[in-house]
Design a protein around this ligand. Structure first.
Ligand SMILES: Cc1ncc(COP(=O)(O)O)c(C=O)c1O
Length: 247
């Protein structure tokens, strides 16, 4: 979240047109980027000035492999402006679909009512599994294990990109999370590239999928956590071969 741009954007709306500010400040999906402490503070100031709640989705917070941890926005929140949420999907099992939220009591009450109208209540069995996992200390062991594994996979993907991708491409160097955001030369439409890549059994999420307008983009999200170590390099090599033919 680039807070200077947000500040300008906020002035173009009336308060009743805005519900809240949604932000994934740590190892963001799709870029893997982490917001600096200065921008976090600025965001909080803007939320106070415009009387807007912030929904801080910190799904990737625990998946840090390098760099210094940055405080959550919630931890700096003095006026109950922040609704903080995390999920077990990224640290216990994918698709687990259990999370938690910390926030103002009245907002939580309203969220509970809204949720009840969708699913009556969260799967109780899954909650028991999570509770056992936490209290037995297994979650800490699991975290240590996956952090070592994901760091290794991140490093393999970054080296493969460095070794094989054409010169005019750039990418983020995430300190955690699951994704690397790649920017290709502007003549390349990653939506078209996707169909070429999939024929070679390589998949990614094309950049347009992350834009409201769905306009042509030259960016793509690569996931490094899911694939076997040896297949990461093979996949990047196959993408490079396609890209090199376009030059
Ligand atoms: C930022 C972010 N929040 C939440 C989720 C989903 O969490 P859950 O599986 O608990 O719905 C994801 C990914 O699936 C995500 O990237």
């Amino acid at each position: 979240m680039i807070t200077d741009i947000l500040q300008k954007t906020l002035t173009t709306f009336k308060r009743h047109q805005l519900a809240f500010i949604y932000v994934v400040p740590t190892f963001q999906n799709p870029t893997g980027i982490t917001m600096s402490i200065e921008r976090r503070q600025m965001l909080l100031e803007l939320a106070t000035r415009y009387d807007l709640p912030i929904l801080e989705d910190d799904a990737y917070y625990d998946l840090r492999y390098s760099g210094t941890p940055v405080k959550s926005i919630k931890s700096m929140d003095r006026d109950s402006k922040v609704i903080y949420t995390q999920t077990f999907s990224k640290i216990l099992a994918p698709g687990f679909r259990l999370g938690y939220v910390i926030g103002d009591r009245e907002i939580i009450r309203k969220m509970t009512i809204a949720k009840q109208s969708i699913d009556v209540s969260t799967n109780v069995f899954v909650q028991y599994i999570a509770a056992e996992y936490i209290t037995s200390g297994l979650i800490d062991k699991q975290l240590e294990k996956i952090k070592v594994m994901y760091k290794r996979k991140r490093d393999i993907m970054i080296s493969a990109l460095t070794n094989h991708f054409p010169e005019k491409c750039s990418w983020t160097l995430p300190n955690g999370g699951m994704f690397i955001w790649v920017t290709l030369p502007s003549n390349i439409d990653t939506k078209q590239l996707f169909f070429e890549a999939i024929k070679q059994k390589v998949a990614f999420v094309h950049g347009a999928a992350f834009h409201v307008t769905q306009e042509k983009q030259s960016t793509m999200r690569l996931n490094f956590t899911n694939t076997d170590d040896d297949k990461i390099e093979i996949g990047i090599k196959r993408l490079s071969t396609i890209l090199n033919k376009k030059r």
